[in-house]
Design a protein around this ligand. Sequence first.
Ligand code: NAD
Length: 452
Amino acid sequence: MKDLLQKQRQFFATGQTKDLGFRIEQLQRLKQAILDRQEAIVAAVNADLNRPEFEAYFEIASISEINYALKHIKSWVKPKKVPTPIDQFPASAKIYPEPLGVVLIIGPWNYPFQLMISPLVGAIAAGNCAILKPSELAANTARVVTELVENTFDPAYIKSVEGGVETSQQLLAEKFDRIFFTGGTKIGKIVMEAAAKNLTPVTLELGGKSPCIVDTTVDIDRAAKRITWGKFINAGQTCIAPDYLLVDRRIKSDLLNNIKKYVGEFYGDDPSQSPDYARLISQRHFDRVAEFIGDGKVIVGGQTKPEERYIAPTVLDEVSWDAPVMEDEIFGPILPVLEYTDLNEAIDRINERPKPLALYLFSQDKQTQQQVLDRTSSGGVCLNDTVMHVGVTELPFGGVGDSGIGSYHGKASFDTFSHYKSVLKKGMWLDLDWRYAPYKGKVDLIKRVIGK
Ligand code: NAD
């Protein structure tokens, strides 16, 4: 690790990565490398997660991040002039974005390709060297990431290091200029602790229990369709999947009937036979999630096939707030349903918990939308749909509180991997005497300037 880091530091010191032409060229190379490997990426994600081909193509979404960066990078790298106060005269002030140096990107297994590559786009655009550590649990995809990186970039510039927890810990023991981590809150704390030893800044893209509120003003059929999709893609293993439903008591049975209808329409009578339904990543995850089925009344699904790590799309009614399924992020295909009669009380319950990564509200009522926006805090919000906000490149994506620190996507990715250096340039042709000793007779002046 030390040797690798040393090589990257030397490469960074040459200044090559700062050159705009170099950055553009590397982004173009990365784009071509992904396009050339689309089938290999899809096959690897399918092998790791039994992900349907359609959903596996979500991994290629990093291309839109590259296109966006290529379109805007020339304006991003330009120093921005800012006004200077009169007492600085003669002077000009500018903010220069500069790369941080060598960054570490650690990824999870659930969207194992795009969650490595999308941050990398920001790291390259901002002019850094990078070491990637893909998740060992999605081993096939990790291989593809490594192969792509090896055949596209100089290892002194970008390198993928495969391995498990031990490898991650060895990397974390080194001093980087930023650590960008995507994973669970528990490991996020370990990463931040390790980073603190070297005073390394961190971006933590974590998870959480993202609530989904549904009131009486919406088209229930359409809301059910969008919730069913967002919850059960990738078998619920999506960081911004709606974790639990909070539904107005008056429309609960109608909504649940419609969710049941759409589970049938999407995946058929037996989802284990559907080519469009994924599996749990590992036996450990299967065991953890399957336990939750007993935490409520099964309205939809409930079947499991441990040998396949299959859990049917499952909806649980009559779940209590203190049931185990309501403790941590579920990260699997189980949707607990809680009902409310007073929206304010429902909001209070959300606010008693750690701040989630996403919050969903299905309501056509503008006042209700404003009330929920004003009274809750979450990484992001999507009104009248689920998951789709992640696809808007202009919206910074990240958590707050327990769901993360910092954000990325679009310009936010460039910002995350940049330091904004403030530079004041003074003119030498004039030197106003007001700040120099002796101060006799100048106190009134300083009082007037400072206290203005
Ligand atoms: P994880 O935290 O278990 O692992 C993530 C990475 O950390 C892996 O590369 C792993 O090797 C490494 N790691 C694991 N234990 C470690 C340790 N003790 N020390 C150092 N490194 C360690 O996460 P996961 O299970 O791969 O992913 C699921 C979690 O990620 C969920 O909570 C999900 O919500 C979250 N997630 C968040 C986002 C986001 O964008 N905010 C996206 C996807 C997933």
